[in-house]
Design a protein around this ligand. Structure first.
Ligand code: TYD
Length: 217
């Protein structure tokens, strides 16, 4: 169905996803690979509105079930508006978080049933599963330290025990999807991390479709 390549980065806040995404885009573009980057929750007008609700510290009593539907709703819109069209045009799509975040945060962290969260997300992504996912594995204590004094959003305000469950959830996901997911140590230097990601990604990029017949996506 798709001709492009779909790559996602996952991990706890503070793991260094945005630094790696920036470098990936620079490298890909320097090789002439058309690249689209996006992030979750958000990435579309409707998705950004959903993001504002999800991260608002006023909604401290929001349940994991409510969260799961909101994240899935934002994801469905993102796939429809951005991800599917770009992949159909043979582009490299790099997404900061995707359905694995819901499996780690809402299922492992929030206690929802894994199969249920997977089922609603399979519907939301409409067949557009990532080709490769890098989990930047980080101890939650280190993530909090990296964030420093910056104001915490609603998710970041959750207790350390929650973030420990999320981290374990990410690691279990790697066992559940061994073909797709690679776990990397987020304590490595950004240079080392990038080297490992690029080494793994290169063969996939070589196999990627070269069709560039669409414009305006
Ligand atoms: P993120 O954009 O990474 O936060 P920031 O802008 O602070 O870097 O993601 C926002 C939060 O949403 C993050 O703490 C993880 C959480 N999240 C979920 O709980 N489930 C999900 O499905 C997604 C995509 C994110």
């Amino acid at each position: 169905m798709q001709k492009g390549l779909f790559v996602t980065l996952e991990g706890l806040d503070g793991a260094g996803k945005s630094t790696q995404i920036k470098r990936l885009v620079e490298r890909a573009q320097s090789l002439g690979i058309e690249t689209v980057t996006t992030r979750e929750p958000g990435g579309t007008e409707a998705g950004d509105a959903i993001r504002a609700i999800l991260l608002d510290p006023r909604f401290r009593t929001m349940t994991a079930l409510t969260e799961a539907f909101l994240y899935a709703a934002s994801r469905a819109q993102l796939v429809h508006e951005i991800i599917a069209p770009a992949l159909k045009c043979g582009k490299l799509v790099i997404c900061d978080r995707f359905l694995d975040s819901s499996l780690a945060y809402q299922a492992a962290g929030g206690g929802l049933d894994f199969d249920f969260v997977l089922a609603i997300n399979r519907r939301a992504v409409q067949g557009y599963m990532p080709d490769r996912t890098y989990i930047l594995d980080l101890q939650p204590e280190l993530g909090q330290r990296r964030r420093g004094e910056a104001a915490a959003d609603r998710v970041e305000q959750k207790p350390l025990a929650y973030h420990r469950r999320v981290r374990d959830g990410f690691l279990r996901l790697a066992e559940f999807f061994p073909e797709r997911i690679r776990v990397l140590d987020a304590a490595l230097t950004p240079d080392e991390l990038f080297m490992r990601i690029w080494e793994d990604l290169t063969p996939l990029l070589k196999k990627m479709g070269k069709y560039k017949g669409c414009s305006g996506v």
